[in-house]
Design a protein around this ligand. Structure first.
Ligand SMILES: [Zn+2]
Length: 183
């Protein structure tokens, strides 16, 4: 995994509750979560400290910096320990906030619209952070092994993925030209 120089493993209660329930928090509700973490993967349970345990995480590491470990806790990684700790804070706060929002919101919870989400993904791409929704051309995507069944539900459909690719490319271009002008 590029830039993975620091790894933090811990058991914060709200994220761990999701890991016990086997439920990744729903996405597209807060910019901070989408940019720094994005879709959270759930790795199947294995005995901590074993090789089998390590192997549950490996297939998810290419696209995620934060993984829920079923019946256990979470693992986050980044270029520095400080950044990995930020991801812990972001995902724990997000899990807590989404639980509260679900209690309040019922059907009124509104996702960030797709075009605005693409702007966030363009920022994320610029920052070089991993995300299953960006950074791959279709051929490369084909060549990757499929996600485990538990995770495939969180993957966008091909049509939506193409639209996201187009919008991310468009916004990346826009952001680049803004940066060039201000330089
Ligand atoms: Zn542990």
């Amino acid at each position: 995994v590029p830039e993975a120089r620091a790894v933090i493993h811990c058991h914060p209660p709200y994220a761990t509750a999701h890991a016990i329930a086997g439920i990744a928090p729903k996405g597209n509700f807060l910019p901070e979560q989408e940019v720094f973490v994005g879709p959270v993967a759930v790795a199947p349970y294995e005995t901590p400290g074993t090789q089998a345990f390590a192997e549950t995480v490996i297939p998810l590491a290419r696209d995620h910096n934060t993984i829920l470990l079923r019946n256990h806790g979470i693992v986050c990684w980044a270029d520095t320990v400080t950044h990995a700790e930020w991801y812990v804070e972001v995902v724990e706060t997000y899990c807590k906030t989404m639980m509260i929002a679900s209690q309040l919101g019922g059907t009124s919870l509104k996702e960030i619209p797709p075009a605005k989400l693409a702007e966030l993904l363009a920022i994320k791409k610029k920052m070089g952070l991993p995300d299953p929704r960006i950074g791959k051309d279709p051929n490369e995507r084909e060549a990757l092994p499929p996600y485990p069944a538990e995770l495939s539900a969180s993957q966008p459909s091909p049509g939506i993925q193409r639209e996201i690719d187009r919008l991310v490319a468009e916004f990346t271009e826009k952001i680049s030209s803004l940066v060039d002008r201000s330089a």
